[in-house]
Design a protein around this ligand. Structure first.
Ligand code: UD1
Length: 433
């Protein structure tokens, strides 16, 4: 078992580079199935979720070759069938994308249930509704989702999503690119990774327009081909370092970002009193006095990202005044609160709302990363706190942060990773993936 040990109270200073975006890399890795050819993917983040997704493809018969730093060549020509029975499927939320990708390539998919962070209920009814509009049915069989086309192959269709779901938008796009005829997705998710996936698929020969808006149009093509593609920078990783800079004071320049993707985060930090200096592909965050309270309501892009909620929870816990956080996307994203409370944070949760009473100082404590962004919040709290914080559940953090310990050390943080004996589990085990 690994632990992260932080001696808090040091101001972060210096430059940091952002890695490729996990939530763009994952659908693009699975989308290579549709190309049936070799694709070169560059700027892949070195995180376990991406490594798992590549391993799942290998388990299905693909070859994956490292071609450089953060670059791989994925050849899916030898994937023989529509079944993914890899035991790794259950460790990733993104393995649901296998349904759309296999359905698109083979007209059928048999895929085990996906995993992912536990934020409450995470149904796939909108994915299924989309597949149905394209002529497919989905049944649960022997612990798997079985998608198939009872009346011939997939055809174009009109899909209206009840919720602007990232996963459903991606899955319908994957299934539709090689379906016969035109597909439209109304109330589509608008996140930057939707645009990145569309750009990748278009480079492979797909005909997708409107990605990044609520109305996506897809004209089915017979076949895709390989391409070479560079993944966009990770806005959530960038936001996490910006919040860490604000929490500890000092001055940090986050490089390799797309400032447009960061607008909600930079605006909120500014509102709280942090200094922001924006260049073409870099944002500098500084703080000279205590930050002040702010309210946050998470929502679908371009709203405030739910994946930045816990990190801001940690930041607001030390800001002056009382803040309200309203979670607008997931049922239960507040599992980090009990852990922050062990560090002297004063946060009360009722339903989807948290009231955060800012404390002058947090104090170090042994805590556990209960999900990916909750882990990031604990690191931020530990960097800002007095004393030593010991974080377990590090594997959860490594799912989505590329060398977070090394990057923070580069900014002057007193943080290290240690290997230690497994401790007997006292709490409910995490859901993996
Ligand atoms: C993705 C991200 C996750 C991020 C989330 C919202 C990946 C691998 N994960 O998750 O990090 O927090 O987007 O930005 O990219 N819903 C339904 N029915 C469905 C699908 C979704 O009710 O069929 C609901 C969910 O329960 C949730 C909301 O819609 O309340 C948003 O979910 P969705 O956008 O699909 O998130 P994910 O794709 O699971």
């Amino acid at each position: 078992m690994k632990k992260i040990i932080i001696n808090g109270g040091r101001k972060l200073r210096g430059d940091i580079s952002v890695s490729g975006m996990k939530n763009a890399a994952l659908p693009i890795v699975f989308a290579t199935i549709l190309s049936g050819d070799e694709c070169i993917l560059e700027n892949l983040p070195d995180v376990t979720d991406v490594a798992l997704s590549l391993k799942i493809l290998e388990d299905m018969g693909a070859t994956v070759r490292t071609t450089g730093r953060n670059a791989v060549a994925v050849d899916t020509s030898r994937i023989g069938g529509d079944v993914s029975d890899s035991p790794l499927v259950g460790r990733l939320r993104a393995s649901t994308y296998l349904l759309g990708a296999l359905l698109g390539r083979f007209g059928e998919a048999l895929v085990g249930f996906s995993g992912g962070c536990d934020f409450g209920v995470r149904p796939i009814d909108q994915h299924i509704k989309g597949f149905q509009a394209l002529g497919a049915e989905v049944r649960i069989e022997n612990g798997c989702n079985h998608a198939f086309c009872p009346h011939g192959g997939l055809h174009g269709g009109s899909v209206y999503l009840d919720i602007a779901s990232v996963g459903a938008t991606i899955n319908v796009m994957l299934a539709a690119v090689t379906a016969a005829g035109k597909t439209t997705i109304d109330n589509a998710a608008r996140e930057p990774h939707i645009v990145d996936l569309a750009n990748f698929l278009n480079m492979c020969g797909a005909r997708i327009s409107g990605a990044g808006t609520s109305f996506i149009k897809i004209t089915g093509v017979e076949k895709l081909h390989g391409c070479s593609y560079t993944i966009i920078p990770d806005m959530i990783e960038a936001g996490t370092y910006m919040v860490a800079a604000a929490a500890t004071g000092g001055r940090v320049t986050v490089r390799g970002v797309i400032p447009k993707h960061m607008e909600t985060v930079t605006a909120k930090l500014q509102e709280m009193g942090a200094g922001i200096d924006e260049k073409d592909d870099a944002i500098t965050v500084s703080r000279s006095s205590r930050l002040t309270r702010a309210n946050i309501k998470t929502y679908f892009y371009p709203g405030f990202p739910t994946d930045m909620h816990p990190q801001f929870g940690a930041l607001l816990a030390t800001a002056e005044g009382t803040s309200i956080i309203t979670e607008g996307v997931f049922d239960n994203r507040f599992r980090y609160v009990d852990e922050l409370a062990k560090m002297n944070a004063d946060i009360k949760v009722e339903g989807r709302t948290a009231t955060v009473i800012g404390r002058e100082r947090l104090t170090g404590a042994p805590v556990k990363a209960v999900d990916l962004r909750a882990g990031a919040a604990l690191i931020i709290a530990g960097l800002a706190a007095e004393g030593t914080t010991e974080i377990s559940g590090v594997e959860t953090i490594e799912r989505g942060y590329d060398d977070i310990v090394g990057k923070l050390r580069g900014l002057g943080a007193d943080i290290r990773m240690i290997e230690c004996e497994n401790e007997p589990e006292k709490e409910t085990p995490d859901k993996a993936g």
